[in-house]
Design a protein around this ligand. Sequence first.
Ligand SMILES: Cc1cc2nc3c(=O)[nH]c(=O)nc-3n(C[C@H](O)[C@H](O)[C@H](O)COP(=O)(O)OP(=O)(O)OC[C@H]3O[C@@H](n4cnc5c(N)ncnc54)[C@H](O)[C@@H]3O)c2cc1C
Ligand code: SF4
Length: 479
Amino acid sequence: MGKITGFIEFNRELPSKNSVNERIKDFKEFQNHWSDKEASEQGARCMDCSVPFCHSGCPLGNIIPDWNHMVYLGEWENALNILHSTNNFPEFTGRICPAPCEASCVLNINSDSVAIEHIEKAIADRGWKEGWIKPIKPIERSGKTVAVIGSGPSGLAAAQLINRAGHATTVFERSPEPGGLLRFGIPDFKLDKDIVNRRINQMEKEGVVFKTGVSVGVDINSDELFQKFDAICLASGSTVPRDLNVPGRDLDGIYFAMDYLTSQNSAIASNRTLNPSITAAGKKVVILGGGDTGSDCLGTTIRQGADQIHQFEIMPKPPQVRIDSNPWPEWPMIMRTSSSHEEGGIRDYEIMTTSFTGKNGKLEKMECVKVKWDNESNNSTSPSMQIVPNSKFELNVDLVLLAMGFLHPEKKGPIGQLGVNVSEKGNVITDQNKMTNVNGVFAAGDMVRGQSLVVWAIAEGRKAATGINKFLSNKEKCQ
Ligand SMILES: Cc1cc2nc3c(=O)[nH]c(=O)nc-3n(C[C@H](O)[C@H](O)[C@H](O)COP(=O)(O)OP(=O)(O)OC[C@H]3O[C@@H](n4cnc5c(N)ncnc54)[C@H](O)[C@@H]3O)c2cc1C
Ligand code: SF4
């Protein structure tokens, strides 16, 4: 374990962040680094519990107490090797994972959890800085070929492992550059794109081929592609956004969050000179949706210089602390304040938009009502919503960003063309090896789980890679 008395001697401390005034001037990451001594003290807080709940809290099953111990001892390269044994991309999760492991850390029962996510980031960043992370080429090639469709975290994790197992791997991506939501959804201030590029370069050196700007199902028929490869891994995300069908929805000035975020991320990628096609500069903005995507929109609108920003959520404000029916080690359903919320904007809950109005096709106002949720009135587990009488209000607005989640993957394209079965919700159905109903076609990530997390996408991609390797080695349907 770290240090026997570590959790008593040292408090949980996170690296400092640049001040709000400083960091909103640009889109750069703003979290600073620990010194070696600070990292060692944080590693020392781990109690190496005989039943380490953090293991099962992490979807990857990261071997957290072991790398905490190595960081405490200053054995960084050993820590990196342990971390890489379960996680292909710890520099991504170390930055943007909501850290379910920390919620289930035993210390979190009555104290502050070990700073697992930041320790992970420190290990990964150290590995890159020291040059320990190198391309790992397969020892021999199997002669088999695999196509991965989609280059988000699930596709990247699957492709890296399939290729390392010796199967020639080609990733097809319809966007101009690989990375999926890591590149075009998540803002640079949370994840700098050079960090994504670094991994893509490593994978290219390992032999993975990336074919970008190719939309499978449009530029190449999926059946045709399947004939050319021994197996396919669908990793195309859950990309159909939830819309808001109220009067005035078609006015100019109302956008899906992903269109907005992609425009800013692309502008930064284009040598930081191109202006985003959608901007909040000088505008009155309303973000609809209180989740992470809404929070990313908030941080982006602040940096673009919005005049006034509201973020509305239809659901009730979560409690500040766990309620009895949501005990440790479950993920706590509590009020969260992201770094973007620290930076500005007004958050409000239980608000429903009823219409948009404008002049000459341009958005000018929105009308909303207050709502109330009632768990008990209909004696069912799903709460019922009522409009609060006389609660109607109007707001002047120039830009509305719809960040209300995603419904399911696109049905046209590979799913439809290959005849892959989907669930009632519209997500792809797979067996325990991540194989779909079509022999040799596998699926991973948000396509299977619905909109989820990067850590889950990596875990799914790893599982699909294992399934594909088994399938290609046995040459039969794996059960
Ligand atoms: C704005 C935003 C912020 C988020 N922030 C966080 C966060 O901070 N932390 C976190 O853990 N999770 C976050 N998430 C969730 C996380 O990004 C996703 O769960 C994760 O990226 C899913 O990975 P994936 O590989 O399954 O799919 P994606 O990342 O969606 O990648 C799918 C890829 O497939 C490509 N594609 C689709 N169809 C085709 C086709 N026919 N042919 C070729 N290519 C195709 C797409 O262009 C895309 O590049 C966020 C999500 C959003 C939208
Ligand atoms: S990947 Fe996420 S859940 Fe797993 S150890 Fe890292 S921060 Fe925790």
